[in-house]
Design a protein around this ligand. Sequence first.
Ligand code: MN
Length: 512
Amino acid sequence: MNNIKTLKVLRSILFKEKSLKCKNITHRYQSSIDAPPSSSREIAQLTIPKGILGQPTCHTHPHLIQQGQLTCGITQQEYKERRETFVRKLLAEVENVHKTHLIVIPAAKKQYMSDKIPYVFRQNSDFFYLTGCLEPSAILVITKPAFNDDFKTILFVHDKDSHAELWEGPRTGCVASTTLFSVDECLPVEKFHDYINKLTSISKPSVMWYHNDNPTNPDIHNSVHTAFRQGQGVMEDPQRALHQMRVIKSPAEIELMKETCYVGSQSVNMAMACTKPGVSEHAVASVFEYTCRMAGAEHGAFPPVVAGGPRATHIHYVANNQLLDHGDMLLMDAGSQRWMYNSDISRTWPVSGKFSKHQRILYELVLSVQKRLIELMGEQRPALDQLFDQMCRLLGTALQQEGILPKNIDSNELIGRAYRLCPHHVSHYLGLDVHDAPLVRRRVPVADNMVITVEPGIYIRPDDQSVPPEFRGLGIRIEDDVLITSSGPVVLTNTCVKEVDDIEAIVGKQNI
Ligand SMILES: [Mn+2]
């Protein structure tokens, strides 16, 4: 991108945010491959109830959600189809499908800083992916009887309660939730314990699908275990199947990923533009967060890393409480969350606006490795673990060529040395979670419509005697978000500047 265009983007970001809020992203199932199963075609005409509900709808928040969508960009139909695909996948996983199945997926529980002071609520990604429901402590239950392929979907939600709503705001309630989330039945959360106990004592489900580690909601965890002890079945983890689905993005999800990546990219550009010697890391982090929110993001995807000078050699430095020095570089690793979908971007730039000779050598080295890794995703499409091996090889060779690593070490030792200088993985899946679909191993083949990060780095400790002194204390990471397509990798964060000239043209050009 040329410099003038980049600066124009910077200037426009704060004023044109409306255009980002909700583009026309209605996706219909057009090809025969994507056609929904016949059972769902019959109820294709789903509706969104009118009135003020517990979460934004197309009626109450038309600036955020379009007609026919349950959440921004995603239709009720898509959520329903996800549940159908999910159930079919689970049934295909176990040997005997002629069994009674019970699936329990809890929503996240509200978390408190102290007493009655809540943290900003963040819905559990698995629960959100299957329901579109933003309510805390809700529960998705799916039951499938033996010798019958039909299944029943029950959503437990907080029912209408005028006293609670006086304090916490409107609730959707059981009646409207049945229509809004297009499920078979909605029941109050208070009834979950009795419901599941009764169900297990009568039907004795042979397979209970429940994610047993790190319980999302401890209250529900206890009820599930009490009920499970009554049955005579086995407990299976539904997460693997769910994450296999989540790692492949639908057309509507890809649009949401494009938008969050655009918001994140522009916000990093703005942080770059507001960087000057004497400004605090905290202020640069605030510029990022402010720009994200002004552009329609809920908040950042994670606490940002804003690390000046040698603090960049701590990979997860988030204290962000130092002032930026004239001759230092700044490493930022930050992302936006917009409608639950995350971007994850890292850039490194000179605080003064001009790279020093050795900073520039190391920066261009990491940049060339990063670009080559993205090319490799198009040419050979390695699994993420293989991409990591490639990064170590490329980094090692480049560092040796620059004389930063000694010439007299063999290739194995070289890879080992590169690994010590970049001890984190080069890539992870990205989506509803920053480290998305964690149960999908990084050694599985990369497929179309996955979104991954490509993020090589180099972290040279100030006391590292094994490299020339002029490189000590430098930390660099360059991270883009990449959509995998049949026609090659698409860099979704391509509006975030990373060429030396573009960076030097932007840094310090905006007053805070
Ligand atoms: Mn990352």
